[in-house]
Design a protein around this ligand. Structure first.
Ligand code: API
Length: 268
């Protein structure tokens, strides 16, 4: 009996989605890594495993391409919304989210942002709105936790930042006990941001939903922009709304590419 999966993406941030609500699928970091491998596996930025939940529509477990666990995944939340096909509540390691699909995408209530140094988390206390730290020309970042941890640098030209080199350096800095997602953002209007992201455990991706949420929240909080914000990533545009103290709302496309079948034991 073959195992089925859905190959999906949100603005090019791609996923292997396994719906294990009816039939359990065991997943380990090693198996997730093997499935995510773009040469010897199926290939994806994150592996998404849907499991039964007592008081929600599903538990959504998120494995990065390196096998590490992510507490939130905005683009995958929209993909799962499309797959479920109706309004749904999902439990993730970072909290409870509500998703509502439309024809070719979804709106997601991503929960509340957190700003405390120990909520990011950081290794020691500091003001997370403008941190007194820097890496090779990148300085004064903000940090926001939107279920998962994000560091945001506002720069004049995000395309000029060597993120392929600085991303892993910052991701793995001892300041971040749980590592961190690295965002470089350029303001392009009173409600517009251009964004590139180095993702914890996945590297450069075409889009990052939680990165867009964290960056928009940091920009709104510091009065660089007003809500709602259009965030332009290499893969496309997400709209993020946040009225301070409220839920973050993210709206954007989701794509079901194909349904495939395999045997997960092949990846052990
Ligand atoms: N691509 C995801 C983010 C994955 C975050 C993951 N890299 C981590 O937090 O470890 C998104 O659309 O939000």
């Amino acid at each position: 009996m073959a195992d089925h999966f859905h190959k999906m993406h949100g603005l090019g941030n791609d996923f292997v989605v396994i719906d294990a609500r009816e039939k359990a699928v065991s997943m380990t970091a090693a198996r997730a890594r093997a499935i995510a491998d773009r040469h010897n596996g199926i290939g994806c930025d994150q592996l998404i495993l849907l499991e039964p939940a007592d008081d929600a529509d599903a538990v959504m477990r998120i494995f990065n391409a390196d096998g590490s666990i992510a507490e939130a995944c905005g683009n995958a939340s929209r993909a799962v919304a499309l797959l479920i096909g109706r309004k749904a509540e999902l439990i993730t390691a970072g909290g409870r989210i509500t998703v509502e699909p439309f024809a070719d995408g979804a709106t997601v209530e991503m929960g509340l942002p957190h700003f405390g140094w120990d909520e990011i988390p950081l290794a020691y206390a500091m003001d997370t709105s403008a941190m007194p730290v820097g890496w090779e020309g990148l300085s004064d970042p903000a940090a926001v936790n939107v279920g998962n941890p994000h560091l945001i640098f506002f720069v004049d030209d995000c395309d000029a930042v060597p993120l392929d080199r600085l991303g892993p350096l910052i991701e793995n800095d001892p300041l971040f006990p749980e590592r961190i997602n690295v965002n470089v953002a350029t303001l392009t209007g009173p409600n517009a941001i251009k964004l590139r992201v180095w993702e914890r455990g996945a590297g450069l991706t075409l889009a990052c939903g939680t990165g867009a949420c964290a960056t928009a929240v940091a920009a709104i909080r510091s009065k660089r922009v007003t809500s709602p914000v259009e965030v332009s990533l290499p893969g496309g545009i997400l709209t993020i709304a946040w009225a301070g103290g409220e839920q973050i709302t993210m709206t954007g496309p989701a794509t079901h590419v194909f349904t495939g079948e395999t045997h997960w034991a092949n990846f052990d």
